[in-house]
Every structure is written in structure tokens, then in C-alpha cells.
Design a protein around this ligand. Structure first.
Ligand SMILES: [Zn+2]
Length: 400
């Protein structure tokens, strides 16, 4: 698989090189296809990649330019060996021959590799469940520090969900708690790594730094150092997996319970930037603020919202985004805003003498978020019922 992934990356790089050198009027998909065929004949080890996967590289490259021209992404660039995630595409589903051999295990045929076992974690439309509308249309193999993973592209026909009549809820990306809901419930989690894993990680990082300090300039990374790097990556990947699992579980629970979900339209990157300030007016308390911002980034709020968006839609609910400013400083009971009325990150104390409400700061903010929605300030109705409705009673959905 590694050989295939390296060949796929090289194919991309050769293609990008070829495309960039060519005069504008000579560029075409047919010419690119011919160039790839030529390269596969001339460079022996490129043949490690099945011809169809090479075609998929061309398709992805063409799509990358289309994304660029439509303003969704920057120009395609070369893929570096170290930074890039290793991946191989299998563009056709019928070559896969997926069989379930056990409750937890399945078998799949990978081109040029053979039959391999994979953990069966989700329902797949194969065997007697497969038909014209519901089928596996392809797969993608991706390698992280813990090994190779397969993601199946699946086309299924889903009934349009009934409108979710559940209650409305506001959600705040918490500081003291990861997710605080306006009805008072909270979603928390433990650290993503155990104490033992954290200790191991620190030890390995020190070891890597020490070994790296002995490395002479331009010398290759030693095998021992590489092994240490692999172990560090493995520990981080495991923590990341736990995080993703938690996000999936919590967002699913929210999408099932509530019909209307309101979140802050939060710009994580701009918050990280604003703490630093500018040259003329440098930010104050940069360390504390960027520490806070780092933890916000760590909570991967963006991904939570992304998961919530499609999960609420699937359960017939709607996700709304409201502008964020002031939600953490306004009292959710009387509406009184006092900049700096937050005694600490965890507690909120209202400075209005007639009110004096105290409570959890994240809970307060989530109530404000819901309040802003009820005032009609939801600027962005994120992909919701209305969009799905137009598609008709039954919509074909493509999911990974
Ligand atoms: Zn108050």
C-alpha cells in the first residue's frame, strides 16, 4: 500500500509539473491522460499504482483546478513526502467485492494487493442490500500513524425526515465545559490521553529532541529517531480518534433531542489572531488569551458545527448561526452588559444591582445564543429543511 501511495503522490507531482510547464493552449484532459500513460511506461515503479487509481489522481487534479477557479481553494501545489497524508483512491465500487465474514470483520479486494480484512464499523449496502440506488461506489485508503484505513463511498436512497418537533436549544462553545446547552445540560469529556500516555508522550518528545540534537546537518533521520517519531504520532492519533468519537456521539445526541439548534457564528482563526493585536496596538494578556484560544481551537468547534449541520438535517431539525459578539458579557436574565463582568472563566456574576444573577458562564452564554435567535438575528440558516424540501419527497444522498 505504501508503494501505491508513493506512486500516487509522484503521479500528482509529475502531472502538476507537466501542467505548469505546458503552454496554456496545449493543456487538456486528454493530453494529461496521454502524459500519465507515457510516464507509467517510462517510470517502472509508477506501475505500482493501478491504472484506475492513476486516473483518479488526474480526476482529483482537475477538480483541484476547478475549486481554484471557482474561488473555493488556492492553486494546486506539489505534494511533499513528509507533510502529505498517504492515500490511494479506488474509483470503482464493483472491483471491491466486499464480503462480511463476521459481525465485526469484512473482506475487501484491493487492486494489486489482494484480499484484506477490515473492521466492519458501519452498515454498508452490499450483498442482498445492494441495488441500483443503494451501493458502494468506491473507496479511499488513507494512512495515519495507526495504520491504513478504508473509507467507502456509499450512495443510498434516504427518506426525507419528518420535521423535528423537538425543543429549541442554544449551544455555547465552552471554556470551562466543552459544550454548554441553554437548558442547563452540559457535555463534558475526560482528557483525550490518559495520564500514562501523557507521561509517555513527554518522555518520547524529550528523547526525540535529544536524538535530533545529535544529528549532523544534512544527515538522514536515523531509524531510532524515526521510530520515536512514529510512536509520538501514534499516541497523538489515538487521542484524536477519541476526540472525534466523542464529537460524533454528542452531536448525534443533540440532533436527536432538539428540533432547532442555535450556535455562535464563531471565527476561531480570527480570535487567535486578535489576541496578538497589531504592531501599533499589541494585544494585552496575549499569553492567557491565546491559551484560551488554543483550547477553543483544540475543541475543534468548527468540526462540531460541521457534524451538527448534517446530523440535524438528517433528523429533520435545523441549525442556525447567530453573530457572537457580547454573548459572554451579557447577562442572560436581565440583558445588562458589563464588559469584564466575568469574575473568572467559569463563573458569571451580573453587575446590575437590581439583578445580581450568578451562574455558570458557559450556561449564560448559551442562553444568550438562544435569545439572539429568538430575536430574529439568525443570519445564516445553515443547510436545513428548506434546502432538502425543494429536492422532493425522496432524495438520493451520497455519504462517506
Ligand atoms: Zn442580570
Amino acid at each position: 500500500m505504501d508503494d501505491q501511495a508513493h506512486a500516487a503522490r509522484t503521479t500528482w507531482n509529475l502531472l502538476h509539473d507537466w501542467w505548469s510547464m505546458l503552454p496554456r493552449d496545449k493543456r487538456s484532459l486528454a493530453a494529461a491522460d496521454a502524459a500519465i500513460r507515457q510516464a507509467r511506461k517510462e517510470i517502472e515503479w509508477l506501475a505500482a499504482l493501478p491504472a484506475q487509481a492513476a486516473q483518479a489522481v488526474l480526476k482529483a487534479y482537475a477538480q483541484a483546478w476547478r475549486n481554484c477557479w471557482d474561488g473555493r481553494a488556492g492553486e494546486p501545489v506539489f505534494k511533499a513526502r513528509v507533510r502529505e497524508l498517504m492515500s490511494v483512491d479506488i474509483p470503482q465500487g464493483r472491483d471491491l467485492h466486499i464480503v462480511r465474514v463476521h459481525r465485526r470483520w469484512g473482506m475487501v479486494r484491493i487492486p494489486l494487493v489482494g484480499r484484506v480484512r477490515f473492521r466492519w464499523t458501519k452498515g454498508l449496502p452490499v450483498g442482498k442490500h445492494a441495488n441500483q440506488e443503494n451501493r458502494v461506489t468506491g473507496a479511499r485508503l488513507v494512512r495515519d500513524a495507526l495504520g491504513w484505513h478504508i473509507a467507502f463511498r456509499v450512495q443510498t436512497l434516504e427518506l426525507e425526515p419528518e420535521e423535528h418537533m423537538g425543543p429549541e436549544v442554544g449551544i455555547d462553545v465552552g471554556v470551562a465545559v466543552p459544550l454548554a446547552l441553554s437548558d442547563g445540560s452540559v457535555y463534558t469529556h475526560d482528557e483525550w490521553s490518559t495520564k500514562k500516555e501523557q507521561a509517555t508522550l513527554i518522555r518520547l518528545e524529550r528523547r526525540a529532541a535529544r536524538r535530533k540534537s545529535f544529528r549532523k546537518p544534512r544527515e538522514r533521520t536515523s531509524r531510532r529517531l524515526r521510530r520515536t517519531y512514529d510512536r509520538i504520532q501514534g499516541l497523538r492519533a489515538r487521542a484524536k480518534r477519541r476526540h472525534l468519537d466523542w464529537q460524533h456521539q454528542t452531536t448525534l445526541a443533540i440532533a436527536r433531542t432538539y428540533g432547532t439548534v442555535v450556535v455562535e457564528a464563531l471565527q476561531v482563526t480570527s480570535m487567535v489572531k486578535s489576541a496578538k493585536g497589531t504592531v501599533d496596538s499589541p494585544g494585552r494578556n496575549v499569553a492567557q488569551k491565546s491559551g484560551l484560544n488554543r483550547s477553543i481551537a483544540q475543541e475543534a468547534w468548527g468540526r462540531t458545527v460541521k457534524l451538527l449541520t448534517y446530523k440535524t438535517t438528517r433528523y429533520g431539525g435545523v441549525l442556525y448561526k447567530v453573530p457572537a459578539p457580547g454573548t459572554s458579557q451579557r447577562c442572560s436574565t436581565c440583558g445588562h452588559t458589563t464588559p469584564g463582568s466575568r469574575e473568572s472563566q467559569a463563573a458569571f456574576v451580573c453587575k446590575n444591582p437590581d439583578c445580581g444573577w450568578t451562574g455558570n458562564a458557559d450556561h449564560n452564554a448559551s442562553r444568550n445564543v438562544l435569545h439572539l435567535y429568538r430575536m430574529g438575528l439568525a443570519a445564516i440558516p445553515a443547510a436545513g429543511r428548506a434546502v432538502v424540501r425543494r429536492a422532493g419527497r425522496v432524495k438520493p444522498a451520497t455519504a462517506r
